[in-house]
Ligand binder design. Structure first.
Ligand code: G4P
Length: 526
């Protein structure tokens, strides 16, 4: 095995997904605590859930240095290098979330066991399914009154359409939560709230052990009965099915009490896949190749408002990144000397020395880099599968002070490249049009325009129904189309041509009239 192959094999890159309030932030913190990356829980000052209004979000963004440190985190556990990526909880940021999920090899799904499968979980799972991402499930909050265990599994299977393989099984709940039975190891792990990673865990071997009847006479009978039912009704854990994304190992616990956290870390290290091959335009790229390659899945601007810097988050796909090396920004054909590339740890960013496939590295830049951009040591390739979605909501942008037009254009260009919102420039020179998936995006953009670019913008509603990116092999026909429909056409931040339709009927009509043109609901990187 080469050095690179060894490093790659030790990498685990996963996203943590949940409906707001299920316990994602708490569990993230506990994973860091149990890995030794932080010394005590309560150190990661991340964002609080997703129940925020736009104003809270803004407040959070003011502390961007901190929240970014907690959106990508690297830590070591059992000789493995683990990269944990947070996903925005609010549905209005589903595009951003989608792109985060393109950068991971597995996902950890947290479910509030009192509530079961919630709306945002369904959406996130659908996104994971597009890439067959393997999912580990954590049923949280067993220190509370929760729903029936079997019913919960049933709901996951039926609503999320993924088979469940319980690996642990809870004994009791709420005030009588006693611990979990580890089905694969045939042992009971006793619930002791607040144990740290170094504390000794009390374990009782065998489900039939009479000691369990002594300790938990009221609960253990029910647990044995449930387990019999489970054995009939659910599925045994199967690694191949898990890796294919069709079966999820399920763990039960209480993140706030540090219970069940170690089992999750072990599952990720033991079962979750290391980085695999990635598709690019010309060929698939193997993570063990010697040459470095990477793509951008996220850009965060103005992390430090004083410096106006932007960080592009790159997922390394192959080779070895070394500090100071040169690599090529393929879209611009420009060399980049990577002296200030950073990595993200629990408590901030650090200069990075080296990185391998699966790692996330941060490249500070002053613009130019866009989501979806690829980097290599020279070979021309472009990683695929990092889409933009056709927006569902549109606004026309006007400004109060016409002298600020330049700042507005610059601000929107940058926010567009960052993926915060989609920006369309009408071919006929009319007002800029913004497109979003969620309405909160507009509020965020308005506030950032004001705070970061000093522009007071007004967003007005418009009758646009949807957008479709238009391509055609026949340049003359495309030119003809542009001429005929100039009032309905725009270019986005990546200069791609888009048709803005006023209704579904209008879109269908245009598609019928121009049968040789392709109308795309998603756009991959230009
Ligand atoms: P999120 O990132 O998924 O939105 O969830 P977060 O971790 O912020 O947790 C949401 C709420 O659920 C928090 O309570 C948190 O303390 C609580 N929580 C997380 N894990 C558990 C658990 O295992 N058991 C119980 N009982 N509660 C849990 P909060 O009241 O909103 O905030 P806080 O004031 O407690 O911080």
């Amino acid at each position: 095995m080469t050095d690179i192959a060894r490093e790659v094999a030790s990498r685990r890159t996963f996203a943590i997904i949940s409906h707001p309030d299920a316990g994602k932030t708490t569990l993230t913190e506990k994973l860091l605590y149990f890995s030794g990356a932080i010394q005590s829980a309560g150190t990661v000052k991340g964002k609080k859930g997703g129940k925020f209004a736009a104003s809270d979000w803004m407040e959070i963004e003011k502390q961007r240095g901190i929240s970014v440190a907690s959106s990508v985190m690297q830590f070591e556990y059992r000789d493995h290098m683990v990269n944990l990526l947070d996903t925005p909880g609010h549905q209005d940021f589903s595009e951003d979330t989608y792109r985060v999920l393109t950068a991971v090899d597995s996902a950890l799904m947290v479910i509030d066991a009192a509530k079961g499968v919630e709306e945002q979980t369904i959406k996130l799972l659908n996104v994971c399914r597009l890439r067959n991402t393997p999912i580990v499930t954590f049923m949280n909050k067993y220190d509370r009154e929760v729903r029936d265990n079997l019913e919960l599994l049933d709901e996951v299977e039926n609503v999320l359409k993924i088979r469940c393989a319980p690996v642990t099984w809870p004994i009791g709940m709420g005030k009588t939560f006693r611990g979990v039975y580890h089905i694969l190891r045939d042992e009971v792990i006793i619930f002791t709230p607040g144990q740290g990673p170094l504390d000794e865990v009390e374990i009782i071997k065998g489900l039939d052990n009479p000691r369990l009847d002594e300790l938990f006479p009221l609960e253990i009978g029910n647990t044995r009965m449930e387990l019999e039912l489970v054995q009939g009704a659910s599925h045994p854990f199967d690694l191949d099915d898990f890796l294919a994304g069709t079966l999820t190992p399920v763990f039960f616990g209480s993140a706030i009490n540090n219970f069940g956290v170690r089992e999750i870390l072990n599952a990720l290290v033991d079962w979750a896949p290391p980085p695999g091959e990635r598709d690019a335009t010309v060929r698939a790229v193997n993570p063990n190749e010697e040459k470095f390659s990477a793509f951008v899945f996220k850009i965060q601007a103005n992390m430090d408002p004083k410096h106006r810097d932007r960080i592009a988050f790159l997922r390394v796909c192959s080779g070895r990144f070394e500090r100071g090396m040169k690599f090529k920004h393929l879209r611009l054909g420009r060399d980049i000397a990577a002296n200030s590339v950073v990595t993200f740890m629990a408590q901030g960013r650090e200069q990075i020395e080296e990185a391998f496939a699966g790692d996330i590295i941060g490249l500070p830049n002053h613009g130019n880099i866009q989501i979806g951009d690829s980097f290599s040591e020279g070979e021309v390739l472009s990683f695929t599968g990092i889409p933009y979605f056709a927006p569902e909501l549109f606004r026309v942008v006007r400004i109060k002070n016409p002298l600020k037009l330049k700042q507005l254009q610059k601000g929107l260009q940058q926010l567009g490249e960052e993926g915060a919102v989609q920006v369309f420039k009408p071919l006929n020179g009319g007002d800029l049009i913004l497109g979003a998936v969620g309405v909160l995006q507009f509020e965020v953009v308005a506030s950032r325009l004001l705070n970061e670019y000093g522009v007071e913008a007004i967003f007005e509603s418009t009758s646009i129904y949807t957008a479709r990116w238009v391509t055609c092999d026949d340049a003359r026909m495309l030119a003809d189309f542009e001429k005929n429909l100039v009032n309905n056409l725009s270019r986005d931040a990546a200069d791609s041509l888009a048709y803005l339709a006023s209704s579904r009927v209008n879109l269908e009509l245009i598609q019928e009239r121009w049968p040789k043109l392709q109308f795309h609901a998603t756009r991959e990187h230009a």
